[in-house]
Design a protein around this ligand. Structure first.
Ligand code: PEP
Length: 250
């Protein structure tokens, strides 16, 4: 049975005091056993966050990492460094990394390989831009991102992978894919995995939807057969909204 997951991407928000306050608010809530809850604070607060939720069913993830083992890469953080402070989950390929930091499929394939070599779980993000959808090429773009960014992994590696379909036009815009659009794309992603790997792997991988998920639309989106939860940006910075989304599964 694949997992239901809600992950909060805090992006470049929350200093240490704010991180502590938000985690305390989340820790005071009951987390449903059926749902894996993750938060991804900025690098500087990962160690604190990991220690803070040690006895709680909340997983802490990093928002990015470098593909190299170590070396002269000023400003970067390695998989081993993340592991050394307890972090075993990493978001890779977020559209903001692709758009502002030039991350492409080839680079992401390297990052994925490094993370898996370190036995980390990858939350792999991808999704089409508005012009892709306007020109009817959203399926081709998504297939290409999967093929060149993550399909180099072995069948066995899929156990360490969570996918996050995030149409770029819906991220931070207030614009959401309709539940039907999300379902259509998630079913396509699963079919594509089945074609390249196996039905069993396709059935087991959790595919999250991301893009302006809010308490008001989460239940409908999460209610779709191939949607296993969400990657949440803006709404994850407010404990009440985030928990309402965590509790949105029927
Ligand atoms: C995101 O950044 O991954 C995201 C989905 O953001 P938002 O929920 O704010 O659209």
């Amino acid at each position: 049975m694949r997992k239901q997951i809600v992950a909060g991407n805090w992006k470049m928000n929350c200093d240490l005091a704010e991180t502590e306050a938000l985690l305390n608010a989340l820790k005071s809530q009951i987390i449903p056993e059926s749902t894996q809850v993750m938060v991804a604070p900025p690098y500087t607060n990962l160690q604190h966050a990991f220690q803070s939720v040690k006895d709680h069913p909340i997983t802490v993830a990093a928002q990015n990492m470098h593909q190299a083992e170590n070396g002269a890469y000023t400003g970067e953080v390695s998989a081993a460094m993340l592991k050394s402070v307890g972090i075993k989950h990493v978001i890779l390929g977020h559209s903001e990394r692709r758009a502002y930091f030039g991350e492409n499929n080839a680079l992401l394939a390297e990052k994925v390989a490094t993370a898996l070599r370190h036995d980390m779980t990858v939350i792999f993000c991808f999704g089409e831009e508005l012009t892709d959808r306007q020109h009817g090429r959203e399926f081709d773009v998504v297939k290409d991102q999967l093929k060149h960014g993550i399909f180099q992994i072995s069948e066995n590696d899929w156990k360490q992978v969570i996918l996050a379909y995030e149409p770029v036009w819906a991220i931070g815009t207030g614009e959401t894919a309709s539940p039907e659009q999300a379902q259509e794309m998630h079913a396509f992603i699963r079919r594509t995995i089945a074609e390249h790997f196996s039905e069993a792997t396709a059935k087991e991988v959790s595919i999250l939807y991301g893009g302006s998920v809010k308490p008001g639309n989460a239940t409908e989106i999460f209610g779709k057969e191939d949607v296993d939860g969400g990657l949440i940006g803006g709404a994850s910075l407010d404990a009440e909204s985030f928990m309402a989304i965590v509790n949105a599964f029927k």
